[in-house]
Design a binder for this molecule. Structure first.
Ligand SMILES: Cc1cc2nc3c(=O)[nH]c(=O)nc-3n(C[C@H](O)[C@H](O)[C@H](O)COP(=O)(O)OP(=O)(O)OC[C@H]3O[C@@H](n4cnc5c(N)ncnc54)[C@H](O)[C@@H]3O)c2cc1C
Length: 484
């Protein structure tokens, strides 16, 4: 028989200690959702079932004991660290769920300058870790826009990526070893070695699991030498995204690795204040870094390649430096956004996808065209555009950005009227063209309808992981794996 809400709380208090089990109603409300419902939370609307409790986790043994109890009693849990998720991964859609909050596990365990390894608990804020490393002449190389908000557990669980990814890679390129706890209470540690050929790379069962397979308690990432004095900036205005994708491709396949390589369409560029420099055109921006000679040679390579495209015009790089100096979202920006939404009933979302070089422009063009022609409330859109911000040897991403006024509908209906259909059009056009429906925010709960289509025959492997590691289905129900 299912345990009552009161019995769940009572048992959790015995396992974790009464002061670690929070049942305050406002805390439960705030832990029932994430930024997918950011407008509703501004107006105090919490439509999802409230969790039975939020457990403030303290150490790996306690995580193990709590998970074992939840598993034995088939109680759904939602892992959480920084709380900056954007895709519904933190939504408590099951009655009497338990939120497992690891933000208190915030100890930097070791900075190993010899082996270039930094080990941190899941609740360590990335900015805190990065600042400590920089003070010693190192960097993680990881710089998502949410750096001041996100924590190591969530960053690994979502396969996050930072703004310097074209040089340093994404989180999966940075993670060396991990500690994670599975629902049956099993604690697992993957050791820190530079490379090995000892069967499949099991780190990838954990990286990107979005709390749907296990709880990440500790992470070891690579460290790099920090040498910002060698950073160089380059920027070009151009007429077409298609040309921009071709230039990005040429730079990547020739072998250059700028840390930043971004292509904005005119609408998104204007939103960032770039239009005064780019004069309403598309914009390409680059930053090169690393040892002086490499940074300079990379910059020269970029300039040589871009010079072959007549449509490109160099822009004042001051704008890129200004942008670079205001990269990240801190809590003050979150508050400013809330105030703006409340006052203007205008809000913005993003959907990020990826595709090989041969299909990325098709994804971009078809998506924008379809939204403009088919979205029934196109007149309420105040901005539609996007940028490519992470490039690879084989392709790049496209980060669609859409803002809209909420017109003639209750706050509760905003998702269904605007966000859900816009997100669906982007996902559908991407899959149709052969791309991937999620580049870096995670599947969360709103792209699960397409998980099977995304993976095709390989869904067999993904499903087997759930069947083996979470047979009772207690880990973040509805995330990654579609509801039955
Ligand atoms: C303003 C803004 C900018 C952003 N910019 C970027 C960006 O540049 N790049 C990028 O990749 N993302 C970005 N994001 C998305 C978000 O910050 C990332 O997905 C981040 O990795 C989430 O980390 P978090 O600690 O906040 O995790 P949370 O929000 O707490 O959780 C995210 C997901 O991971 C799961 N999870 C959390 N902790 C654990 C754990 N210990 N074990 C297992 N599962 C866990 C949760 O269940 C949830 O599904 C941005 C978000 C915002 C709000």
């Amino acid at each position: 028989m299912a345990l009552s809400r009161e019995a769940i709380v009572e048992q959790l208090q015995k396992i974790a200690g009464p002061e670690q089990v929070i049942t305050d109603e406002q805390v439960l409300k705030e832990n029932s959702h994430d930024r997918y419902r950011k407008l509703q939370s501004v107006f105090g609307i919490y439509a999802l079932p409230l969790p039975a409790a939020v457990v403030k986790l303290t150490d790996v043994e306690q995580v193990s004991a709590v998970l074992k109890f939840l598993n034995e009693n088939k109680i759904n849990c939602v892992p959480r660290t920084g709380g900056s998720a954007t895709e519904g991964g933190l939504e408590t859609i099951v009655e009497n769920s338990v939120v497992l909050d690891g933000s208190g596990m915030n100890r930097i365990i070791k900075i190993d300058a010899d082996n270039m390894l930094a080990t941190a608990q899941c609740g360590v804020n990335l900015e805190v870790l990065e600042n400590q490393l920089r003070a010693q002449g190192f960097t993680t190389g990881h710089s998502p826009q949410s750096k001041p908000l996100a924590q190591m557990g969530g960053l690994v669980a979502t396969r996050s990526i930072g703004q310097f990814s074209t040089l340093y890679g994404a989180i999966e390129d940075m993670v060396v070893g991990l500690e994670a706890v599975f629902p049956n209470g099993q604690i697992t540690r993957i050791k820190n070695v530079p490379r090995r050929a000892c069967g499949p790379d099991i780190r990838h069962v954990i990286i990107g699991n979005e709390g749907a397979l296990c709880y990440i308690t500790e992470v070891t990432v690579k460290m790099f030498t920090y040498q910002p004095e060698n950073n160089l900036f380059f920027g070009y205005a151009l007429d077409n995204m298609k040309t921009g994708f071709a230039i990005l491709r040429e730079i990547m396949v020739t072998g250059f690795r700028p840390s930043i390589a971004r292509l904005y369409d005119a609408e998104d560029g204007a939103q960032h204040g770039f239009d005064q420099f780019a004069e309403g055109k598309c914009l390409l921006i680059f930053m090169t870094e690393g040892p002086k000679g490499i940074s300079r040679a990379t910059g020269e390579g970029i300039e040589e390649i871009v010079a072959r495209y007549d449509e490109c015009r160099k822009v004042n790089t001051q704008i890129i430096e200004n942008w670079f100096n205001h990269l990240n979202w801190d809590p003050s920006k979150v508050q400013a956004e809330r105030d703006f939404m409340r006052k203007n009933l205008n809000l913005g979302f993003t959907t990020e996808v990826s595709g090989n070089w041969s299909c990325i422009n098709t994804i971009y063009e078809n998506t924008i065209k379809r939204i403009r022609e088919e979205f029934p409330h196109a007149e309420d859109l105040t901005m539609l555009g996007g940028h490519s911000s992470h490039s690879y040897q084989t392709g790049t991403n496209m980060y669609f950005v859409y803002d809209y006024n909420v017109v003639n509908c209750a706050m509760e209906e905003e998702l269904e009227k605007y966000h859900v259909p816009l997100n669906a059009m982007i996902v559908e056009e991407t899959l149709k063209a052969g791309g991937s429906m999620v580049h870096h925010h995670g599947i969360g709960k709103y792209r699960t309808p397409w998980t099977k289509e995304e993976h095709g025959s390989a869904y067999y492997i993904l499903k087997a992981l759930k069947d083996v590691f979470d047979p009772n289905g207690i880990m973040n129900t509805g995330t990654i794996y579609p509801l039955k």
